[in-house]
Design a protein around this ligand. Structure first.
Ligand code: PBG
Ligand code: ZN
Length: 328
């Protein structure tokens, strides 16, 4: 296609004309805001590597939720920092666990807001891996198939507490199928699954592991999270999760994986989420604290970029600020 007479600048000459031809939009309806629920009482501790992000005890959750609701952010995703950890992460599925209590509290007071729960074990295991371990040759690795029924159990306990969606993040093979069967068997066939389908083994999770106190005590997550070099494999991962019953899929991290967001959306045409992760947030906050970038413009440009790449929704720590900026 050649348009020799075309002068693209003609359509950039007037702000209303730019409004008319704009292809992508960013709105508060695109945002999912992550919250860190900490054990204990009267705690609101800022995460040092994530300025503006706080670990909150249950009794301090209300103020944060009131802000989320007032800004009309549609959904939150919950992570826990529990007091007790053990080898299998048994605390994850207790009816009086942190996530379960926080979910009930939010749904009682803000029933219109969606509660999404992260379904994984790394916050609950004393070794910090995403499931119980077994020996493979001379080393320890997460026991994939032993993790599956535990994941189903955890997801059902979240649903029982009132979660609107569950989001398995551990990259275990078969996790979506196991959770779908568990939910259906417990009478929760209406609860959708947002799968962390293409989750890469990334250095960008560093600040999150401070926030959630979930860093592995030995080794790394490369035997279950994806190799950053692989794009075709991400497509296969998404295909498998959709075949197992995932309703929405996630690409994570977002910034260094924009091509994956694009390919997933182009290939499957299903609701696709991008996780704008902790390290991406930390870099923006650090540069703007130094006066090196315009935080507001950089954040809105980045979030818009995820939409342009094909994301339907964005999990982001910038959600509160971005919602305010989009309003003014
Ligand atoms: C754990 C989990 C991680 C994040 C969300 N759930 C990271 C990890 O694998 O340690 C990362 C989020 C972020 O960095 O913002 N399953
Ligand atoms: Zn995990």
């Amino acid at each position: 296609m050649a348009f020799p007479q075309s002068r693209p600048r003609r359509l950039r000459s007037h702000p209303r004309l730019r409004d008319l031809v704009r292809e992508t939009s960013l709105s508060v309806n695109d945002f999912i805001y992550p919250l860190f629920i900490h054990h204990g009482a009267n705690l609101r501790r800022e995460v040092s590597s994530m300025p503006g992000v706080f670990q909150l005890s249950l009794d301090r959750l209300g103020d944060a939720m009131a802000e989320v609701a007032e800004l009309r952010i549609p959904a939150v995703i919950l992570f826990a920092i529990p007091e007790h950890k053990d080898g299998t992460g048994s605390g994850a599925s207790r009816d009086d666990g942190l996530i379960q209590q926080a979910t009930r509290l939010i749904k009682q007071n803000w029933p219109d807001l969606l509660v999404i729960t992260d379904v994984c074990f790394c916050e609950y295991t004393d070794h910090g891996h995403c499931g119980p371990l077994h020996e493979v040759g001379d080393r320890l690795d997460v026991d994939n198939d032993a993790t599956l029924p535990l994941l189903a159990h955890q997801a059902v306990s979240h649903a029982r507490a009132g979660a609107d969606l569950v989001a398995p993040s551990g990259m275990m093979d078969g996790m979506v199928g196991a959770i779908r069967a568990g939910l259906d068997g417990a009478g929760f066939s209406n609860i959708p699954i947002l799968s962390y389908a293409a989750k890469f083994s990334s250095a960008y999770y560093g600040p999150f592991r401070d926030a959630a106190q979930s860093a592995p005590s030995f080794g790394d997550r490369r035997s279950y999270q994806m190799d950053p070099a692989n794009g075709d494999e991400a497509i296969r991962e998404v295909e498998i999760d959709l075949a197992e019953g995932a309703d929405m899929v996630m690409v994570k991290p977002a910034l260094a994986y924009m091509d994956i967001i694009w390919r997933v959306k182009e290939t499957f045409h299903v609701p696709t989420a991008a996780y704008n992760v902790s390290g991406e947030y930390a870099m923006v906050k650090a540069a703007s604290a130094n006066g090196w970038i315009d935080e507001r413009r950089v954040v809105l440009e980045t979030l818009l970029g995820f939409k342009r790449a094909g994301a339907d929704m964005i999990l982001t720590y910038h959600a509160l600020d971005a919602a305010r900026w989009l309003r003014s």
